[in-house]
Design a protein around this ligand. Structure first.
Ligand code: AMP
Length: 267
């Protein structure tokens, strides 16, 4: 695996190659590994980036405590036979003016956009730059971060960028909890709480219209969440129309805190 810290050197290497790209913030887990394995099936060169993007964190403390473990991540990527790893500095990403302006579809104001001010602007900013540097054929992204996936897709179609997003299903632990780098911050009791919350949402989703949101929030608090940002049901096949009833085209989006750790999922 060739490791690059400098975008110019990376560009030289990949200039005439078809690249499958998996952007990550490191703290690799089974979800990332699934994306990488899927990308390797496309028989293009696989490039993974690890960049904890400061601009998408609305709290400095959250940026600081975000799980980082480059040595472990590099070992995982080598074992997976990844071709290239791009692990840039903040300067390498932000010291140039990109060709495209940040475009945020209005759905960026909902869900996480409402509770994490500037988050999606930071996400599109970094994706715009990574896409310009790498010019990937395909970009593998997880439905675990459905809103992010949707907004990156809207950005790409707005400018008719040639990269294609390959949407990948959410990988979960046996207890139902969605794999996430933030899970490294959870202790055994926290994981039990997260699992109970997943089972609860899974149980009530079919009769979602029978519950009021206050009740659902209270139930999550009873199960051990410290705070609940949102529980909302959207039809993801209908351009994210909010829906009272749950159907096979719907997903229930949740965001909650266990202690000071913010988790998101869609079920
Ligand atoms: P992150 O490192 O959290 O920025 O995630 C990098 C990519 O991995 C994003 O496209 C995520 O949606 C995806 N991802 C994160 N967790 C999972 C998961 N549990 N299953 C599938 N994809 C995931």
């Amino acid at each position: 695996m060739k490791i690059f810290k400098d975008k110019h050197k990376l560009r030289e290497e990949i200039l005439d190659k078809n690249i499958s790209f998996i952007p990550t913030m490191g703290g690799l887990h089974k979800g990332h590994i699934y994306l990488i394995k899927k990308s390797k099936k496309y028989k293009k060169k696989t490039l993974v980036s690890i960049f904890v993007n400061p601009k998408q964190f609305n709290k400095k403390s959250d940026f600081k405590s975000y799980p980082r473990n480059n040595r472990r991540d590099i070992k995982i990527l080598k074992d997976l036979n990844v071709n290239y790893l791009y692990i840039p500095s903040i300067k390498d990403i932000y010291d140039f003016k990109p060709k495209y302006k940040i475009y945020l579809h209005k759905f960026s104001e909902k869900l996480c956009g409402k509770y994490r001010k500037g988050h999606f602007k930071g996400v599109i900013n970094v994706m715009n730059r990574l896409i310009e540097i790498i010019k990937p054929k395909d970009i593998f992204m997880g439905k675990k971060d459905y809103q992010q996936l949707f907004l990156v897709n809207k950005f790409i179609s707005k400018y008719k960028i040639k990269s294609k997003i390959i949407e990948c299903n959410t990988v979960r632990e046996k207890n139902g909890v969605a794999c996430s780098s933030r899970n490294f911050l959870l202790n055994a009791n926290d994981i039990k709480i997260a699992s109970k919350i997943y089972q609860f949402i899974n149980k009530i989703k079919k009769n979602f219209e029978n519950y009021n949101l206050k009740f659902l929030k209270k139930e999550l608090l009873k199960l051990g969440a410290k705070r609940v940002d949102y529980i909302e049901n959207y039809n993801v096949k209908k351009n994210f129309k909010k829906s009272k009833r749950y159907s096979k085209n719907c997903k229930i989006f949740i965001s909650y805190y266990i202690r000071n750790i913010r988790l998101i999922d869609n079920i």
